[in-house]
Design a protein around this ligand. Structure first.
Ligand SMILES: Nc1ncnc2c1ncn2[C@@H]1O[C@H](COP(=O)(O)OP(=O)(O)OP(=O)(O)O)[C@@H](O)[C@H]1O
Ligand SMILES: [Mg+2]
Length: 240
C-alpha cells in the first residue's frame, strides 16, 4: 500500500480481520508482543522503519498513535500535553531556567495552548488546565489524547477506531478534526463504520479475513465501483 502524505487513509473490514494488527505494524507497536512475527517492509519517505538500527523512540514520535478508548495519563490536562515534549527534550530549559533554576513554563504554556487548539479542545478546557484529565468527558479525553499526540510534532497519526466509544456528537467532532488534521498530517484510521470511512477518508483499504488486504483505492472508487466482488459484497452488507 502506498499511503500518500497529508491525506486520510481508512482501513475497514470485519471484526478480527487484522486491521489493528496492520495499523500497529506501521509504528512497530507489534514489536512489544513477544509472539509476533513480522516480515515484509514498511518505508517512510524511503527509509525502512524495520531497519534493526531504527530508533524506536524517534520513530514513534514521527508516527504517533491514538487508541480506541481514550487513555489520558492520570495527571493534569497540562501535564498530559507537556509530558512527551519534556521527555523528548523539546521543551528546553531556557537561559532563565538555567539562571534561576526555573522550568520554562512560558514555552510549555505555548505548546499546551497550540496543541489543545489544534485538537479543538482549547475553548472547553482553557480555564482548568491544572484539573485532572480523568475528569473530562470521554470525547474530551479523546481529543486530549489527540492533542498529546500532536504535541510531539508527529508526521503521521495512526488512529484505531478513535470514535467507537463516543456518542454521535463527540464522534462528529472527532471526524471534523480528522479532516482538519489531514491538511498538515498523514492520518491512517481504522474504523468499523463504513459511513465514517466514506465521509472522512481519501483512500480506503478493505481487509477481509486473515489480514488479507483485498482492495485499496480512492474512497469513492471503493464505495461506488470496487473491483472485487468480495469487497462489493462486504460494502453492501452481504457479509461481514
Ligand atoms: N497478518 C496476520 N497474520 C496472523 N495473524 C493475524 C494477522 N493479522 C491479525 N492477526 C490476528 O488476528 C486477530 C485479530 O486481529 P486484529 O485485532 O488486528 O483485528 P481487527 O480487524 O482490528 O478486529 P476488530 O475490528 O475486532 O478490532 C489477532 O489475534 C491477531 O493477532
Ligand atoms: Mg481492532
Amino acid at each position: 500500500m502506498e499511503i500518500p502524505e497529508n491525506s486520510v487513509t481508512a482501513l475497514i473490514g470485519p471484526s478480527g480481520c487484522g486491521k489493528s494488527t496492520y495499523l500497529r505494524c506501521l509504528n512497530r507497536m507489534n514489536d512489544r508482543i513477544k509472539a509476533a512475527r513480522i516480515d515484509g517492509s514498511v518505508e517512510m519517505e524511503g527509509t525502512e522503519i524495520y531497519d534493526p538500527n531504527a530508533n524506536l523512540v524517534e520513530l514513534r514520535k514521527r508516527i504517533g498513535m491514538v487508541f480506541q478508548s481514550p487513555n489520558p495519563f492520570p495527571k493534569s490536562i497540562r501535564e498530559n500535553i507537556s509530558y512527551g515534549p519534556r521527555k523528548h527534550g523539546d521543551i528546553n530549559k531556557g537561559l532563565l531556567a538555567r539562571l534561576f533554576g526555573r522550568d520554562d513554563t512560558e514555552q510549555e504554556g505555548e505548546l499546551v495552548e497550540r496543541s489543545l487548539k489544534q485538537a479543538a479542545l482549547w475553548d472547553e478546557v482553557s480555564d482548568r488546565l491544572d484539573d485532572n484529565a480523568l475528569g473530562l468527558s470521554g470525547g474530551q479525553q479523546q481529543r486530549l489524547c489527540i492533542a498529546r499526540c500532536l504535541a510531539v510534532d508527529p508526521e503521521v497519526i495512526l488512529m484505531d477506531e478513535p470514535a467507537s466509544a463516543l456518542d454521535p456528537i463527540a464522534t462528529s467532532k472527532i471526524e471534523d478534526l480528522v479532516e482538519e488534521l489531514s491538511k498538515d498530517y498523514t492520518v491512517v484510521i481504522v474504523t468499523h463504520n463504513m459511513q465514517q470511512a466514506a465521509r472522512i477518508s481519501d483512500q480506503t483499504a478493505v481487509f477481509l479475513t486473515g489480514g488479507e488486504l483485498v482492495e485499496y483505492d480512492d474512497t469513492d472508487k471503493i464505495f461506488e465501483n470496487p473491483e472485487s466482488q468480495r469487497v462489493e459484497d462486504y460494502i453492501t452488507g452481504k457479509f461481514g
